[in-house]
Design a protein around this ligand. Structure first.
Ligand code: ADP
Ligand code: MG
Length: 273
């Protein structure tokens, strides 16, 4: 789980082979524990989960599309954040960037204190498999496989041991209240149940971050409520959640709301009492 499990990752305190540059700089505010530096490797707990510095993504076109412009974002462990914006505003581009599926054109992205923009593709894939769980609007489950098999498949890309995989899948299903359907093909489940299974799959491997793209977009209001209750419970247990949505009922439940328009992020003032 930690940085030293990722061969290409460097401890943020060590200079990269090319010398000190912006990619290895971690601000003091990222919070290495006093006395740890230089004695023991830093834990992911010492860093924000997400630190984006001046991230831009320009798609080559005529004229070029500035899908993300100068994005700065800091997400601490345990945050529950909603990103809200109209179609075409850059939400998917941001999610793909945070999920290590796309690279910024410029800027820096540290995940758990690890600079990701300079990593090779293989290291990014392993880091993604270990640290990020994805939840999508359309669930992306294999309909002819059982609930349990679908959840176990989450560990295939993270280099996890096979030993105990079934037990971990059942524990993840327990967190979403779906153990009683473990042997069902997912094609026979309701929409709300499918999304709970997809959330269990995303929780496998105890990721640092759950990235959810319109997770209630295919659900009726009752099932939307059930998924939001589940998110509240996960948040209470310390899970870091980032939810992209255009539904006010969904964003209202998050602790932080960030608007995106034309690739520019603006944090809303904290509306909580
Ligand atoms: N591969 C691409 N090539 C060119 N333009 C793209 C590409 N992907 C997205 N865009 C453009 O970038 C902008 C943001 O897209 P996107 O992140 O998908 O928005 P959202 O998810 O908020 O609807 C849009 O104007 C879109 O047309
Ligand atoms: Mg989109």
């Amino acid at each position: 789980m930690w940085w030293w499990a990722v061969p290409e990752a460097r401890p943020p305190t060590a200079p990269p082979p090319g010398g000190i540059g912006r990619h290895c700089a971690v601000p003091a505010a990222a919070g290495s524990a006093p006395g740890r530096r230089g004695t023991a490797p830093p834990s992911p707990d010492d860093h924000p989960v997400i630190l984006l510095r001046d991230v831009s993504r320009v798609f080559p076109a005529d004229p070029p599309v500035h899908a993300l412009s100068g994005v700065r974002l800091r997400v601490e462990r345990g945050d529950y954040l909603a990103i809200v914006g109209p179609s075409g505003s850059g939400k998917s581009t941001l999610l793909n960037t945070l999920g290590l599926l796309d690279r910024p054109t410029s800027g820096s992205y540290l995940l758990d204190g690890i600079e990701t923009t300079t990593m090779g593709d293989g290291a990014r894939t392993r880091l993604r498999g270990r640290r990020i769980g994805f939840v999508y609007q359309s669930f992306h489950l294999l309909p002819h496989r059982t609930v349990e098999e679908n959840v176990m498949l989450a560990e295939v890309y993270g280099g996890f041991s096979r030993r105990g995989r079934r037990e971990r899948a059942l524990a993840a299903l327990d967190r979403v209240g779906m153990t009683h359907r473990a042997g069902f093909p997912t094609g026979r489940l309701s929409g709300g149940e499918r999304q709970r299974v997809a959330i269990a799959r995303a929780l496998m491997g105890e990721p640092s971050l759950l990235l959810c793209d319109e997770p209630t977009g295919n659900l009726d209001s009752r099932n939307t409520g059930a998924v939001l209750d589940l998110f509240d419970g996960l948040h209470d247990q310390g899970t870091t959640l980032l939810v992209i949505t255009h539904e006010d009922a969904v964003s209202a439940r998050a602790g932080r709301r960030v608007r995106i328009a034309d690739g520019i992020l603006t944090e809303e003032p904290d509306a909580r009492p």
